[in-house]
Design a protein around this ligand. Structure first.
Ligand code: BGC
Length: 252
């Protein structure tokens, strides 16, 4: 393990935007402005790597500052296993190598929900919580991070559980709420089915709900009836960037 640095850079690659910031690792807060560039419509590795380079440049990231990058996909030892919501040409690619080369500096890739989970453990709603915590991110898809006594079990894909014959995220993501113009009540019914199922499988001690829509948690969390406590993420939509930076600072 390398020594923990005070500032690291986090970049969060999403279906609609790529966002980056320098993060103060003491506080988990941004150490400056956040930069956002639209995700290229044809979201190939080359196009996305170029945008990441522009973000690094705009932020003026020094060469020795670690860079963590989140992907909306499982990243197993640097390699993309499958890709639900970006160009399929990412599959099989080693993104650590691609980004390290494209950015001319050591870069570390991880799953976006795992990054959010790590940030919530380090600075947010899951800090100091023992037992099993499941962090879910509700966005274009559904991401998951399973944390046991503070340690992440990486690359869980609980958004793709098959429930009632459907890939869960195609029913219950907040992207689907928008697409199908669902009321909070109708969407909450779908979330109820989803979280009850995950609860039955894992018996977690806490659910943390992140993603942009968690800003409006009071509209849907109170409608859910679960045995498990369910709380909004503390870092809201900064969690991906913060978690990526945090993790990159800990890799040799
Ligand atoms: C992907 C996950 C990702 C989630 C949220 C899912 O479609 O398979 O890896 O964490 O979306 O972006």
């Amino acid at each position: 393990m390398s020594q923990v640095t005070r500032v690291a850079c986090g970049i969060d690659i999403g279906g609609s935007g790529i966002k980056g910031a320098l993060v103060d690792l003491e506080t988990g807060e941004f150490a400056g402005e956040r930069v956002r560039i639209d995700t290229p419509q044809h979201s190939t590795p080359e196009a996305v790597a170029e945008v990441c380079g522009q973000i690094i440049e705009k932020l003026g990231v020094e060469p020795d500052v670690p860079v963590g990058i989140t992907f909306p996909a499982p990243i197993v030892h640097g390699t993309v296993r499958f890709m639900a919501n970006l160009d399929k040409s990412w599959v099989g690619l080693n993104v650590n190598e691609l980004m390290t080369q494209a950015l001319g500096r050591r870069s570390y890739a991880l799953n976006d929900a795992d990054a959010a989970g790590l940030a919530e453990v380090a600075y947010g709603a899951a800090k100091g919580v023992g037992g099993t915590v499941i962090v879910t991110t509700l966005g274009t898809g559904i991401g998951s991070a399973v944390i046991v006594d503070g340690t992440l079990v990486p690359n869980t894909e609980l958004g793709h559980l098959e429930i009632d014959g459907h890939d869960a995220e195609t029913r219950a993501s907040s992207g689907q709420k928008t697409l199908q113009d669902l009321s909070w009540k109708k969407w909450a019914k779908r979330l109820q089915r989803y979280y009850s199922h995950v609860e039955m499988l894992f018996s977690p001690d806490l659910f943390v709900v992140g993603g942009g829509v968690s800003k409006k948690h009071e509209k849907f969390l109170p409608l859910l009836e679960l045995h498990t406590e369910i709380v909004p993420a503390a870092l809201l939509n900064t969690a991906g960037i913060v978690g990526a930076a945090w993790q990159a600072s800990r890799i040799e």
